[in-house]
Structures are given as structure tokens and as C-alpha cells.
Design a protein. Structure first.
Length: 111
């Protein structure tokens, strides 16, 4: 689960630099109250991006538990819209596909 090291590092870096953790989809820029990180996972018919809430406050063991839960729910397509919204950054791992880079296109959120 090398992606969890990236999630943890990103969460800690964003917590230390609040300006980088701002949401820019509205004017004025909104400062995020929480470091919620999306984790792209492979689902049955594409990519789904559930959110790990307060990732900067979670230990690596807590991240591992949450990751395993989200992967299980995601692959079963049991991720709710609330579990996919509100993230400020996302991490994906294309190395498992044997490619050097990629752009994840998340599946639409189902109600």
C-alpha cells in the first residue's frame, strides 16, 4: 500500500501549508477546514475516488484501516455520494498498470 505513504505525506504537507489546502472552485478562494484526501481506486467498471476525511490527523495504521474499508466498498460500488465529495486533493497510483503517468477520470456519483 505505497499509496498510503503518499496520502500521509500529502496530508501533512497540506496541513503545514494552509494556502495550498484552499478550494479554488469559487470566488473568493475558500480555506478548507479539514484535510480530506481522495484516493483513486479501481472499481469494477472504472475509477472511483472516495475521500479519507481528516487524513492529516490519522496515523498510518488508521489510514490503512480506512483504505481497506474504502477499497472494499468501492469495488462493490457501495460508495455514497457523500463519501466522494469535499476532498481538496487526490492521490492515484498508475504504476500498477505498467504506465508512467495517467489521468484518472472518476465514475459519476450515483445517488
Amino acid at each position: 500500500m505505497p499509496a498510503l505513504y503518499a496520502v500521509r505525506a500529502l496530508a501533512l504537507a497540506l496541513a503545514e501549508s494552509p494556502a495550498a489546502a484552499a478550494k479554488t472552485n469559487r470566488r473568493p478562494r475558500l480555506q478548507s477546514n479539514a484535510i480530506d484526501i481522495g484516493l483513486a481506486i479501481e472499481a469494477q467498471d472504472g475509477i472511483i475516488v472516495p475521500i479519507i476525511r481528516n487524513a492529516d490527523k490519522a496515523s498510518l495504521a488508521d489510514l490503512t484501516t480506512k483504505y481497506e474499508e474504502l477499497v472494499s466498498l468501492g469495488r462493490a460500488r457501495r460508495i455514497s455520494p457523500e463519501m466522494q465529495s469535499g476532498g481538496i486533493a487526490a492521490v492515484s497510483n498508475f504504476g500498477t498498470f505498467g504506465v508512467e503517468w495517467g489521468t484518472p477520470i472518476p465514475l459519476p456519483i450515483r445517488p
